[in-house]
Design a protein around this ligand. Structure first.
Ligand SMILES: NC(=O)c1ccc[n+]([C@@H]2O[C@H](COP(=O)([O-])OP(=O)(O)OC[C@H]3O[C@@H](n4cnc5c(N)ncnc54)[C@H](OP(=O)(O)O)[C@@H]3O)[C@@H](O)[C@H]2O)c1
Length: 331
């Protein structure tokens, strides 16, 4: 059956300006890192993309290596896009990235012009797109001059392969350098994509200030710490969870995870008092910072997307609530 998006899709989502650009992004964006790959049921991926778009999520985030296997999330997305979303291309912000290992040999990872351009061409082919809206350097490359990586990003925009460019996991100094180079080339850095959640707050120590000064937007990945900041792991590790399926990914059994779960238990009281789930509290907490443009969530089922989008009904925090969260996190 053909997919017809909901007429109400723009009624409740909040759209935030991305840095000092003309682009608005949804406060909640959907990433396709897990659960959209070749090992996952395509119909579930399709249902999640439909529901997300129906709820006003206009931004889908991909990368060359998402799967598993690497590349398969883009292939699946391409198939669903062609079938259901092609007529809505102008309502969508689709991103991809290159930086991590994608193919063997010296040109299959990091930040050379050779790799970035070839990788994006492969991504476009897999997704069946003429262009992506945002293309990222997925990680800084210590061995390639920053000038080369940034000039490749500039070329990618000028050649029509991407409308905007961004960087991911660059530290504040690298971000300043990249922003300066891109500005000089005439292709501003639109966005930075760092990890940010209650357990990983590195961006508060400089990066958020740098982004504000440079006029760069900020889309924060793993706002739920891959699911730890929910109630799903409080009793056991459910079989269908990311921790069970990809054990190494969450360092399960690790002392750090145990300490985090102890904090999650305490956070539950605050979430309940706010009339929210833990997951909603975690997303609202990320979005409380005025420098955060969008929370980039992941999901394994439609109901998770619905729950997380409902966070937008209650984003405000009182000073007391913030203080109580802080005490738990630093305690
Ligand atoms: N730039 C980078 O280097 C980088 C790195 C990582 C991620 N990312 C991007 O960020 C996106 C999001 O990352 P992430 O998947 O780690 O984000 P996340 O939102 O922290 O974690 C998503 C996982 O949490 C669980 N979850 C979601 N909603 C839930 C709910 N309401 N209740 C209980 N559990 C819930 C699901 O796990 P289950 O599968 O267990 O249900 C879901 O797959 C990625 O898709 C990718 O686009 C970028």
């Amino acid at each position: 059956m053909n997919y017809l998006p909901a007429d109400t899709r723009y009624d409740s989502m909040r759209y935030n300006r991305c840095g000092r650009s003309g682009l608005l992004l949804p406060a909640i964006s959907l990433g396709l890192w897990y659960n959209f790959g070749g090992v996952d049921p395509l119909e579930n991926a399709r249902a999640m993309l439909h529901r997300a778009f129906d709820l006003g999520i206009t931004h889908f985030d991909l990368a060359n290596n998402y799967g598993p296997p690497p590349g398969s999330a883009e292939e699946n997305f391409g198939q669903i896009f062609k079938q259901d979303f092609a007529c809505y291309r102008d309502e969508l912000i689709i991103s991809s990235k290159a930086g991590y290992l994608m193919w063997p040999g010296p040109y299959g990872e990091w930040g050379s012009r050779k790799y970035l351009v070839a990788s994006l061409d492969q991504s476009l082919k897999r997704m069946g797109l003429d262009y992506v809206d945002i293309f990222y350097s997925h990680r800084p490359d210590p061995n390639t001059p920053m000038e080369e990586t940034m000039s490749a990003l500039d070329y990618i925009v000028r050649s029509g392969r991407a409308l905007y460019v961004g960087i991911s996991t660059y530290d504040p100094e690298q971000t300043r350098q990249a922003a300066k180079l891109l500005r000089e080339l005439g292709t501003p850095c639109l966005i930075h994509q760092p990890r940010y959640n209650m357990f990983d707050r590195w961006i508060e120590a400089g990066l958020l200030d740098t982004l504000a000064e440079e006029g760069i937007g900020c889309i924060c990945f793993s706002p739920l710490a891959q699911g730890i900041l929910t109630d799903k792991y409080l009793d056991k590790v459910p079989e269908d969870s990311r921790a069970a399926k990809y054990e190494g990914q969450l360092h399960w059994g690790d002392r750090v995870v145990e300490e985090r779960l102890a904090k999650v238990r305490k956070l539950q009281g605050i979430a309940q008092a706010r009339g929210q789930s833990l997951a909603q509290l975690a997303v609202a907490w990320v979005l409380r910072h005025p420098g955060v443009t969008s929370a980039l969530i992941g999901a394994s089922r439609v109901s998770q997307i619905e729950e997380l989008v409902a966070t937008l009904k209650h984003l405000d925090f009182s000073a007391d609530e913030l203080q109580a969260v802080e005490q738990i996190l630093v305690g």
